[in-house]
Design a protein around this ligand. Structure first.
Ligand code: FPP
Length: 240
C-alpha cells in the first residue's frame, strides 16, 4: 500500500532554466511556474497529502535583478489575490510564512485577508514562503522568545524543542515528512532547516514548470518505499 506523506515541502526550482531552454525570458518561466501550483495542489490533495509548503521567494532572492524581483512579486501578489477564489472552491486553507515586513502594505493586507477568510477551510493546507529564510526565521523566533523571558512570560527552564518550534513561523504546522526539490540542485538553500530534521529528501531533474501529477506521484512512491526509522533498528521498530 502506498504510504502517503502528510506534509510535503517543495523547493520549486528551475523556472528560469526551463524558460531559457525554450528560448524564452526567465519571467515566462516564473509565469508558467505560478500556473503550475494549482494543479499540483489538487493532485497532492487527491493523493492524500494534507499539507503543502512551497518556497516561493527566499531572503536571498532580493539579489536578483530588480526587473525579475518585481515580476516575481507581482506574480505572487496576483496568485494570492486569485487564491481567495481557489481557496473557497477547493476548501483550501492558505498561510504565508516569512518576514512579511518587507512587502508593501497592500500585499500584506491581502495576505492577512486571505489567511483570515480561509482559516476554517479544512481541505489542503497550503503554505507559501515569501521573503523566507530559515536562519532569519530562527533569529526572529529567538528574539521573540528572549523578549518573553525578559518580560517574565517564559521561564528559561521551560525552553524545549517544542517551545522553540512554537516561536517559528510554522508554529501551527506539523514537520514535513518529505522535501522535494526540482531541477537538479541538491541543497536546502536555507529552507525549513529546523523543521526538516527528520524528513526524507527527494531530488528530481525535472524543472518546476514540468513537475505535474505524474512527477508528484513518483516522489510519493519513492518516499513510500523508504524505511523511515530514526535511530532505531532497521529490521524492526515503529515508523517514527
Ligand atoms: C525558481 O526558479 C523560482 C523562484 C524561486 C521564483 C518564484 C516562484 C514562482 C513565481 C512560482 C510561483 C509560486 C507560487 C507558490 C505561487 P529559478 O528562477 O530559481 O530557476 P533557475 O534556477 O532555473 O534560475
Amino acid at each position: 500500500m502506498l504510504k502517503v506523506p502528510n506534509h510535503v515541502a517543495i523547493i520549486l526550482d528551475g523556472n528560469g532554466r526551463w524558460a531559457k531552454s525554450k528560448g524564452m525570458p526567465r519571467n515566462y518561466g516564473h509565469t508558467m511556474g505560478a500556473k503550475n501550483v494549482e494543479g499540483v495542489c489538487r493532485a497532492a490533495y487527491d493523493m492524500g497529502i494534507r499539507y503543502l509548503t512551497f518556497y516561493a521567494f527566499s531572503t536571498e532572492n532580493w539579489s536578483r535583478p530588480d526587473s525579475e524581483v518585481e515580476a516575481i512579486m507581482s506574480l505572487l501578489e496576483s496568485y494570492l489575490k486569485n487564491c481567495q477564489k481557489i481557496a473557497k472552491k477547493n476548501n483550501m486553507r492558505v498561510r504565508v510564512i516569512g518576514d512579511l515586513s518587507r512587502l508593501d502594505e497592500k500585499f500584506r493586507n491581502n495576505i492577512k485577508a486571505l489567511e483570515e477568510n480561509s482559516k476554517t477551510y479544512d481541505g489542503l493546507c497550503l503554505t507559501i514562503a515569501i521573503n523566507y529564510g530559515s536562519r532569519d526565521e530562527m533569529v526572529r523566533g529567538m528574539k521573540k522568545m528572549t523578549r518573553d523571558v525578559l518580560e517574565g512570560k517564559l521561564e528559561v527552564e521551560d525552553i524545549s524543542e517544542e517551545k522553540f518550534s512554537s516561536y517559528l513561523d510554522t508554529a501551527e504546522l506539523p514537520d514535513p515528512d518529505l522535501l522535494i526539490r526540482t531541477s537538479g540542485e541538491m541543497r536546502l538553500s536555507n529552507y525549513l532547516l529546523w523543521q526538516l530534521a527528520y524528513s526524507e529528501f527527494y531530488f528530481t531533474d525535472t524543472p518546476w514548470p514540468d513537475f505535474h501529477e505524474k512527477e508528484l506521484r513518483q516522489a510519493v512512491e519513492a518516499y513510500s518505499a523508504r524505511d523511515r526509522r530514526y535511530g532505531g533498528l532497521k529490521e524492526e521498530g515503529s515508523n517514527v
